[in-house]
Design a protein around this ligand. Structure first.
Ligand code: SF4
Length: 589
């Protein structure tokens, strides 16, 4: 009997297993992690308005006509400087299929990340490879430290695995979990690095480091000691705005216990983001928390680690966070909304407007599609074959085609059309691409495919570095001005929202500010950063520190404030590397 199971394609930790039945999406009760329920985004997935028709210069055209225009324009610009830009909202591997075609015409692709690249780079420096702690191991922890991650919103299927654990929450926002935690540290944004050093220093003073682990499994611990001793302990406490007593309490809670740190991307959306993850990793390594059940540091993993795919990559690369669309004649944007999701919206908009011909290929109308010359509708995940891995657990998600689509075309079929048109050849079948990925690195666990890397406890056979040992953090530089001389200067955070995935679905464009500032709901304000200005409507949020504001990712205005720069390591956007000032907008007349 044909399976009616599939997997949520969305860029999310949980990678939910789904049953498609009677035209409805339901949670798969048998899946070990996602256990039968779906979030509100997926429950409403089939109700969101989708692009139903192709558009050329704003007028509806037939899909076959649109594909003809696409081929003509590729032919016209084929000898110029062109770019293929794809988003990561859908994590299916066959989303990359158009690279098979564009690689033949020297298109440029973006390298880097709008998400976790800086932290990933820091982890790789210390451990050699970035692996997660599978939920079944988190369940064996005694203490779980949730650091810059709002589990209830962004990783809700992990909640049952946290039952009966001591919980520490470290976050500038007093979220729901923070209210219930055994210890909540309301940290200064950008202070995470300093807190990791402060707690390491306390553990060292109280002689609670794991000497056996340090001697047998790590390099250069003395360099790490020298680093944290080089900053006065009071200064470390000021830099993260965590009182010494609270830092001692935290250190005591994680001493001689099985501890898992669940670290989110919020801690590393800064120029020095890779140092933050390396510092947290070094704190954990000092306590011997790697390679044992119920222990470790879990960030967003490189979930494709160990797998192989033969889908081509493009010959020319440019850094994603600083891409300049104005340099390209033909711009092909797939499944993405760079006008909202990329830093420096003004530069992105001007760049796209200067590009000679812009194609948007995706599921939804958005700010970027409205600038495109040609719009081609895609099909959703139920109407094509694909496969995904996830950065929240070890299972692989199969995504077989379960229904025909009334409109649109898949990435595979669009690529195949172009291959036939230009070269008279066909791609390998979708099943062949998928089988190659599965056979490269999988095993079966409780009836589901999983990554072979997780057959054993991560790092139980050593680290993935050249000598198999962990490399402690041994250097640090930071010239960002943290001390607020000016009262009207604030940090601004971007966090995930329950109802949206970045700029898709139901976006929230409010600016949230603390009550102490004397504003009220619906006031209009203008924020100014070093990089731009934008107006927002205010909502008062009691959960915030007095020195920080909050927006939800996908806020259509936020990126008019952000810098077009890359993190020091990891080619990552640095969405929070800014402070803003605020003034009230007075309505004229
Ligand atoms: S929780 Fe994440 S993976 Fe699960 S259905 Fe929602 S978006 Fe998809």
């Amino acid at each position: 009997m044909k399976s009616n199971k599939t997997t949520c394609p969305l860029d999310c930790y949980d990678g939910c297993s789904i049953v498609y039945e009677d035209g409805k999406l339901k949670g798969d009760k048998n899946h070990l992690v996602t256990k039968g329920y779906l979030c509100s985004k997926m429950n409403k997935f089939l109700k969101y308005d989708r692009l139903k028709s192709a558009l050329y210069n704003g007028k509806k055209i037939d899909l076959q006509e649109a594909l003809k225009v696409l081929a003509e324009k590729i032919h016209q610009y084929k000898n110029e400087n062109n770019i293929f830009f794809t988003g990561s909202g859908n994590l299916g591997r066959l989303q990359n299929m158009p690279k098979e075609f564009f690689s033949k015409f020297n298109f440029t692709q973006c390298e880097g990340s709008l998400c976790d690249g800086a932290g990933d780079a820091g982890i790789q420096e210390g451990r050699g490879a970035n692996l997660i702690i599978p939920p079944s191991q988190i369940e064996n922890s005694e203490v779980v430290v949730i650091w810059g991650r709002n589990i209830q919103v962004s990783n809700s299927h992990l909640m049952p695995f946290l039952k009966d654990k001591k919980i520490v929450v470290i976050d500038p926002v007093e979220n729901t979990l923070a209210k219930k935690a055994d210890l909540f540290l309301k940290i200064l944004p950008r202070g995470d690095y300093y807190l990791a050093l402060l707690v390491s220093r306390i553990l060292y003073i109280s002689q609670n480091e794991d000497i056996d682990f340090i001697e047998s499994k790590t390099n250069n611990f003395n360099d790490f000691v020298e680093l944290f001793e080089s900053i006065p302990i009071k200064k470390l406490s000021q830099k993260c705005d965590i009182p010494l007593e609270a830092a001692w309490e935290f250190a005591e809670m994680i001493t001689s216990k099985k501890v898992t740190f669940l670290v989110g991307i919020a801690v590393q959306k800064y120029f020095i983001g890779h140092f933050v993850l390396r510092a947290i990793d070094s704190l954990a390594a000092m306590l011997g928390l790697f390679g044992k059940g119920g222990c470790g540091v879990s960030f967003l993993s490189n979930s494709f680690y160990g797998f192989k795919s033969t889908i081509a990559s493009l010959p020319n690369k440019t850094d994603l966070p600083t891409v300049d669309f104005s340099k390209y004649s033909f711009t092909f944007i797939q499944n993405s909304n760079p006008l909202v999701s990329m830093p420096n919206s003004k530069k992105i908009k001007e760049g796209i407007e200067k590009s000679k011909f812009v194609v948007y290929f995706g599921l939804y109308e958005n700010e970027t599609s409205r600038l495109a010359d040609l719009v081609i509708p895609a099909v959703d995940f139920l109407s094509k074959n694909d496969i995904r891995t996830t950065y929240g657990h070890e299972f692989i998600g199969m995504m077989p085609k379960l229904k025909e689509s009334e409109c649109g075309i898949s990435e595979y079929n669009l690529t195949n059309y172009l291959m036939q048109k230009f070269f008279g050849t066909n791609l390998k079948s979708e099943q062949e691409y998928i089988a190659e990925i599965v056979s490269s690195n999988s095993f079966t666990k409780d009836g589901y495919l999983a990554s072979k890397i997780y057959e054993k406890i991560p790092y139980s056979d050593g680290f993935y570095t050249d000598d198999g040992k962990f490399n402690f953090l041994d250097e640090f530089e930071d010239d960002f001005e943290q001390d607020f001389e000016d009262d009207n200067q604030y940090y601004i955070l971007t966090i995930k929202n329950k109802y949206s995935l970045n700029s898709s679905f139901k976006c929230n464009n409010f600016l949230y500010i603390p009550p102490i500032l004397g504003y009220k709901d619906e006031d209009k304000v203008e924020l100014t950063s070093l990089y731009g200005k934008a107006e927002f409507v205010v909502k008062i949020d009691k959960r915030l520190r007095r020195d920080c504001f909050l927006t939800y990712s996908g806020n259509a205005k936020y990126n008019y404030l952000t810098p077009s720069i890359c993190s020091l390591k990891g080619t990552c956007a640095v969405f929070q590397e800014l402070k803003v000032s605020m003034k009230k907008v007075t309505i004229q007349g």
